[in-house]
Design a protein around this ligand. Structure first.
Ligand code: SER
Length: 600
């Protein structure tokens, strides 16, 4: 363990900002968790997101050296949450050089912070560097700097792209090789090939220094950026755990009061039963994330699409685990309040939005309680007619599909009564249903195309660009397609928005679409799972309606959307985009009619 006075999140944030201020960095605010001008991701997953234009060469108003503490959400590892180190929300300590210092100085800063400020010893550190491949050379330069600083050769590991390359955050954008810093907990190596790449537990990654010198294009090529940047990220919670000598991030001060509240409300003890601990951690993690999503300055609320859907899933998962812990009804907002208070100094927006946070969480819990109540009534009815001791897959699926009653609950209740559920049949029903819905969803995402002529195909392609442009110009990621109808002459696009658009907004939207057309980028289609599509921030209706694989169409940095097609090949094929009318369609829904001129 390090010998350091830094024990709490406040201490660590302060030490970080003080250190980089002394190194002439400007400390910038944490950006919103909801990316403002980046349609390629659902949530801010790293401090570099809002900095993409500056990594690409634009001048940052605060100079070339920046640092901050960034709120991040990553839900890709949600199933891992409950172990000692995974969280869906975390804070990232970051420092950047925008075309200023590069590898040597970046590594020196990291080394100084770790040893002189945090008090780690050289023999506690191990590092990895990029092994090189056809896209970029072996990173001997970083290895040399580490050696010069005293890291023994055997603690410097050359690893491939899978381990030592970061980005781009979406499909395209800045990226590069990285050097990662690990704390070696002194355990024996698990084998001759033991390295930071294995998950035996010897090495804990705490910091990642990315040397962003490439831009990944839509063609999958890595072109050099006009400037060489540094983008580093250190996990605040993980580092705190090590500084406190505890095994789990859940034992650091950020969770302390939330944990106490759960124990007080349940009379349970932490650290006695593994499965109870896991449920406690899931509730803590998901509620903390929900607090930050709702309490953000661009806060969101639970819904059935996109970000709101991610939030709803987190809350419903937290509710399910809270039932396992036998937390009394409407406890989640009480736990949420502990997080609001804990973070109120570092993130005052949580205090400003306190009522909203507590109300939304309570509301979702009550709503889900009603779902469960109806489901339970239906379950009892089902059991009263049951012959034998197996609940059919079809009946379990009906409970899920019609009443929203989760399969796990049906199984738990069945177990309690000495019954079982026919899972294979349940899965069959599920797949059949998905196949049907997929056809529906593809129809929907065909965007109301009445034929597949070039004219309609181009107009349909333009709706993708219009969709993204509306999100950007209206600065509202929750603006979404509500309907689309296309004839050979015009497109008609409906979207949720509460007021008429101003002339300036309409002209900006039109301009944005035409910029994307002028950029003449290729329109590419990739097939992937819905999860992957979500992870890369594709726009879509993320209700449960998609099949396993979906098509995602990308148009450079301008659009990323799940769709059934067909589309033009290049954005330049579209001609000139012109909005001819903006009007109301129904309550809270606006309608734009637009045409393409001189399109092929
Ligand atoms: N972008 C890199 C990461 O997320 C470094 O900040 O790890």
């Amino acid at each position: 363990m390090a010998i350091s006075k830094i024990k709490t999140a406040n201490d660590l944030r302060k030490a970080w900002c003080d250190f980089f201020t002394k190194k002439n960095h400007c400390i910038i605010d944490s950006a919103s968790l909801i990316p403002e001008n980046d349609p390629t991701v659902l949530f801010t997953t790293a401090g570099m997101h809002p900095l993409v234009p500056y990594l690409m060469g634009q001048k940052h108003p605060n100079g070339k050296r920046l640092a901050n503490v960034q709120k991040c959400v990553r839900t890709g590892d949600i199933d891992e949450v409950g172990d000692h180190s995974h969280c869906t929300f975390f804070e990232m300590l970051g420092n950047w050089s925008l075309g200023d210092y590069f590898k040597e100085q970046s590594i020196e800063y990291s080394f100084e912070f770790l040893t002189a400020v945090l008090g780690f010893k050289i023999n506690q550190l191990a590092v990895s560097v990029f092994a090189g491949d056809e896209d970029a050379p072996k990173d001997k330069e970083s290895a040399k700097v580490w050696e010069k600083l005293g890291i023994p050769k055997e603690n410097i590991f050359y690893l491939p792209k899978a381990n030592n390359w970061w980005g781009p955050a979406g499909l395209t954008g800045p990226c590069g090789p990285d050097t990662e810093i690990f704390l070696d907990n002194g355990l024996d190596k698990c084998g001759v090939n033991c390295s930071p790449a294995c998950d035996c537990g010897k090495y804990l990654e705490i910091w990642n220094n990315v040397f962003m010198q490439y831009n990944k294009t839509t063609r999958g090529e890595f072109e050099p950026l006009i400037q060489k940047n540094v983008d580093t990220g250190m996990g605040l919670e993980r580092t705190l755990a090590v500084l406190n000598g505890v095994k789990s991030v859940y034992e650091t001060d950020v969770y302390e009061n939330g944990l106490k509240k759960i124990l007080e409300l349940t009379n349970l003890k932490y650290g006695v039963d593994v499965s109870v601990d896991k449920s406690i951690r899931v509730v803590l993690d998901h509620i903390r994330t929900a607090v930050f999503m709702i309490g953000d300055r661009q806060g969101i609320v639970p819904s059935n699409i996109e970000r709101g859907y991610v939030l709803r899933r987190l809350l419903r998962r937290a509710i399910r685990y809270s039932k396992k812990l036998k937390l009394p009804s409407n406890s989640l907002s009480k736990i949420a309040l502990e997080f609001v208070n804990k973070y109120s100094v570092a993130y005052p927006e949580l205090l400003d939005n306190k009522q909203k946070i507590l109300q939304e969480i309570d509301g979702e819990e009550s709503k889900f309680a009603r779902t469960i109540f109806t489901g339970l009534t239906q379950f009892d009815k089902l059991v009263s007619y049951l012959q034998g001791d197996v609940i059919s897959g079809k009946a379990a699926f009906k409970l899920y599909d019609t009443y929203g009653f989760p399969l796990e609950m049906t199984q738990e209740l069945a177990n309690e009564r000495g019954l079982s559920v026919h899972i294979e049949d349940y899965n069959k029903c599920f797949l059949q249903h998905q196949a049907k819905s997929q056809t529906g969803a593809e129809q929907k995402f065909k965007g109301g195309l009445q034929d597949n002529s070039d004219a309609t195909t181009n107009l349909h392609t333009a709706t993708h660009l219009l969709h993204s442009a509306l999100k950007v110009v209206l600065n509202d990621a929750n603006v979404n397609q509500k309907g689309s109808n296309i004839t050979a002459e015009r497109l008609r696009f409906d979207f949720n928005f509460s007021r008429p658009l101003t002339d300036v907004e309409l002209s900006d939207v039109q301009k944005k679409v035409n910029e994307a057309i002028s950029a003449n980028v290729p329109i590419e289609c990739s097939e992937m799972s819905v999860e992957q599509a979500k992870a890369i921030g594709a726009v879509g209706l993320f209700s449960d309606k998609y099949d396993d694989k979906v098509k995602v169409y990308s148009m450079g940095p301008f659009s990323l959307e799940i769709c059934g097609g067909p589309h033009a090949k290049m954005t330049g094929d579209l001609g000139v985009f012109e909005i001819i009318k903006e009007q109301s369609s129904s309550a809270g829904v606006r309608r734009i009619k637009a045409v393409l001129k001189n399109g092929c």
